[in-house]
Design a protein around this ligand. Structure first.
Ligand code: NAD
Length: 505
């Protein structure tokens, strides 16, 4: 199973996809793609240089006039074909994603790939529904209307946790709206972004519309953001790098869309269904081994349910099978790398001074010792100002904290700089209604945590960034609106000219 996708055979011609062709990067440096379940290198490629980024941007500039003036129907047809090609390559995509990320194959097959195909199908439809205000005479002497136009070349930078879905979220709304794009995936996880771009080409999307450069953040990423021909940067990653991207974009006044880190609260009121909340907390914190920007990370539980919740979550976490991503009975796989596993372990070890590690808190022994594995971990009674509550750990770690009043629970939930997602658990419609209004996050779930759908927007508040992925709202990011105003009077001397000519006619 692990050998099914052989990257070195698939990308013999290189790991840069520019103008519809694979080429080798020219930085003079190579990058290994490592299987985090074994620590073995599965592919090695030449990283992109600034010159490769220039070539990709040039290809996107050249493709823009024809692609942006294609009719919505033509772009929609191409995206429908793209969705079909992706669906036909589901096996390849899922195996490559599991290999480079260590995701269980059941997650890649059941979530990442179908989510990507559905996104392509959604944007194929949405491409025909770009809307604006109705034309009208908002001044008696003029007719106004709005043109919604593509922006130009979009530079996109994506993280390693969901490489395929991130490629889809970045590329699809951009090209559906008539832009062309240069995508830079995380350098450690390039495989499915390259497969995605090849599928776009094979679906008949013209060369140069979708380009992928695989290089490092400081070299290829910064060059892309600062490039004078890039009209917009769409970045998904950590808040720290998002700040750097914003600084660079300021110099060229480049439009920005930032999807940054998260530390989602999971708020359990005392009338909640305890079993549903405990299961939801375990699934919501462990999905993708906790490397999910919307993962449940802070469970605030009202005091009467707290002890039972902690006990049930610990028991459920202990039943989760950590193992080889390609084994059928595996529930969660390794973290993305040994370095990241050690970082996660560091957070948990430091938390012990002020909180209780109820379960987990270690790497598994035995057969799994060679991979970047870490056991599902529950930390209880952590103080609100502690690092474990405030910082994004990005691993299979849930922190539980008790609260007394509803107001206190909501205040604690809002008390980090992040605002990407949150959930509230209760059977009382007034309590959940109040929580939906009071929680400061771009997505609030009630009695669930994690599901996403192509039709609805995803994006943050506060330090989690701004702008929306998915849904028709993403077109607000990837289009610009032009007001066109026609004079209706057919006269040389217009009424408003009095402001300059006075009463001289
Ligand atoms: P990261 O910020 O380290 O890297 C993200 C991307 O930025 C990578 O492609 C990287 O090469 C690039 N990069 C690094 N330095 C750069 C620079 N100086 N200039 C330009 N580009 C640079 O993030 P990561 O570790 O890959 O991903 C994890 C983070 O992503 C977490 O914080 C997570 O919450 C966040 N994330 C957010 C969302 C969302 O929708 N809000 C989704 C997924 C992940």
């Amino acid at each position: 199973m692990r050998d099914r996708f052989q990257a070195e055979k698939r990308f013999v011609d290189g790991a840069q996809f520019i103008g519809g062709r694979l080429t080798h990067g020219t930085s003079g440096r190579t990058q290994d793609v490592v299987d985090p379940a074994t620590g073995e290198t599965v592919f090695s490629y030449h990283l992109a240089s600034a010159a490769d980024v220039d070539a990709a941007v040039a290809a996107a500039v050249a493709a823009f006039p024809a692609w942006s003036s294609a009719t919505p129907g033509e772009r929609s047809d191409a995206l429908h074909r793209f969705a079909a090609v992706l669906a036909g390559r589901a096996d390849d995509l899922a195996h490559a994603e599991s290999l480079q990320c260590g995701k269980p194959l059941k997650l890649s097959t059941g979530f990442d790939v179908p989510g990507t195909v559905d996104n392509a199908a959604f944007f194929a439809g949405a491409a025909r529904h770009l809307q604006g205000a109705a034309a009208g005479e908002y001044s008696a002497d003029h007719t106004s209307y709005v043109r919604r136009e593509a922006i130009g070349v979009v530079g996109s930078i994506a993280p390693w946790n969901y490489p395929l879905q991130m490629a889809a979220w970045k590329v699809l709304p951009a090209v559906a709206a008539g832009n062309t794009i240069v995508l830079k995936p995380a350098e450690t996880t390039p495989l499915t972004s390259l497969l995605f771009a090849q599928a776009a080409r094979d679906a008949g999307i013209p060369d140069g519309v979708v380009n992928v450069v695989c290089g490092t953040g400081p070299e290829a990423g910064e060059h892309l953001v600062a490039h004078p021909d890039v009209a917009m940067t769409s970045f998904t990653g950590s808040t720290a790098v998002g700040r750097r991207v914003a600084e660079l974009a300021a110099a060229t006044v480049t439009r920005l869309h930032l999807e940054l880190g998260g530390k989602a609260p999971f708020l359990v009121f005392d009338d909640a269904d305890l079993e549903a909340a405990a299961r939801g907390a375990v699934a919501g914190s462990l999905i993708n081994t906790g490397q999910d920007c919307t993962a449940a990370t802070r469970a605030y539980v009202q005091r009467p349910l707290y002890d039972a919740f902690v006990a049930r979550v610990a028991a459920l976490m202990e039943s989760v099978r950590v193992g080889d991503p390609f084994a059928e009975d595996t529930d969660i796989g390794p973290l993305i790398s040994h370095a990241h596993r050690d970082r996660v372990a560091g957070f948990v070890d430091r938390a012990r001074a002020r909180a209780r590690v109820v379960t987990g808190g270690a790497a598994p022994a035995g057969d799994l010792a060679g991979g970047a594995y870490y056991l599902p971990t529950l930390i209880a009674d952590a103080p609100q100002d502690s690092e474990a509550v405030q910082a994004e750990i990005f691993g299979p770690v849930l922190v539980a904290v008790p609260f007394d009043t509803d107001d206190e629970g909501i205040a604690l939930a809002n008390d980090t700089p992040y605002g990407l997602a949150a959930s509230a658990w209760s059977r009382d419609v007034y309590r959940t209604g109040r929580a939906t209004r009071a929680l400061r996050a771009g997505c609030v779930w009630i009695n669930d945590h994690i599901p996403i759908i192509s039709e609805m927007p995803h994006g943050g508040y506060r330090h989690s960034g701004y702008g929306k992925d998915m849904s028709a709202y993403s077109f607000e990011e990837y289009t610009q609106v032009k007001h066109v105003m026609y004079d209706n009077t057919a006269t040389a001397a217009k009424d408003w000219h009095r402001t300059v000519f006075g009463d001289r006619t």
